[in-house]
Design a binder for this molecule. Structure first.
Ligand code: SAH
Length: 215
């Protein structure tokens, strides 16, 4: 069997058993998960494991999220094709690709230089033209491209960083895990309505911490 066919079959299996089976119903999300070659976002040693039901290491002590969590966060963002999205924690760039399949533009911020450059390289090879990269501290967001329709944070802070609230459009949505690494963390769906912030708890999760920059 050709490598190409093998990964296509693994990917279809992933969508069927991990995504569809767990009540992800948004066609845009399902199609993006069927299309994006997840194995290309991990080291070659992990290619055969790239479609399994768990996170994987991506170097620099970081991880690519479990496929289901990527699908769930994307579905809960209620993405529209005209949306401008801010992502905090580019990591491997896999979640970035899923967002870029659905939304108009994705602005993605990553603190670790090597990860940001590597993601830029892979996503360039895959020919995405609507992704913009920044190697910077995600607590600050990306002020000169704000406001955003949607914000997704893929590492866990203890509280919602104020700049991210400020950079979200009125009626905008944010998906963010909150809590201590290794202890209890929950995924929240946050809606900004004027001065009001409405937080809905979605489920328990386990993300790497959104590292605070003390410099
Ligand atoms: N969405 C990613 C998973 C990323 S893991 C994927 O699909 O692969 C979380 C990422 O957040 C890591 O790459 C980590 O380096 C990054 N991160 C941690 N603290 C950060 C900060 N303060 N600012 C920006 N990125 C940060």
């Amino acid at each position: 069997m050709k490598e190409y066919d093998k990964f296509n079959i693994l990917r279809e299996g992933m969508v069927k058993s991990q995504i569809l089976a767990r009540n992800i119903t948004d066609d845009n999300v399902l199609n993006a998960m069927k299309k994006v070659p997840r194995h290309l976002f991990v080291n070659e040693n992990y290619y055969n494991d790239a479609y399994s039901d768990h996170p994987l290491p991506i170097g620099s002590g970081q991880t690519i999220s479990q496929p289901y969590i990527v699908a769930l966060m994307t579905q809960e963002l209620e993405l529209k094709k005209e949306d401008i999205v801010l992502e905090i924690g580019t990591g491997s760039g896999y979640q970035t690709a899923i967002l870029a399949e659905i939304a108009k533009e994705v602005f993605t911020v990553e603190k670790i230089y090597d990860l940001s450059k590597n993601a830029e390289k892979i996503l360039g090879k895959l020919n995405y033209k609507n992704i913009h990269f920044k190697n910077s501290d995600g607590y600050k967001g990306w002020v000169d491209k704000s406001p955003f329709d949607k914000i997704i944070v893929t590492a866990a802070p203890k509280y919602i960083p104020k700049p991210l609230i400020e950079q979200l459009k009125d009626n905008g949505l944010m998906m963010i895990p909150l809590g201590d690494c290794g202890l209890s963390q929950s995924l929240f769906k946050v809606k900004k309505m004027g001065e009001k912030i409405i937080k809905k708890e979605i489920c328990g999760v386990s993300f790497v911490p959104l590292v605070k920059d003390y410099t």
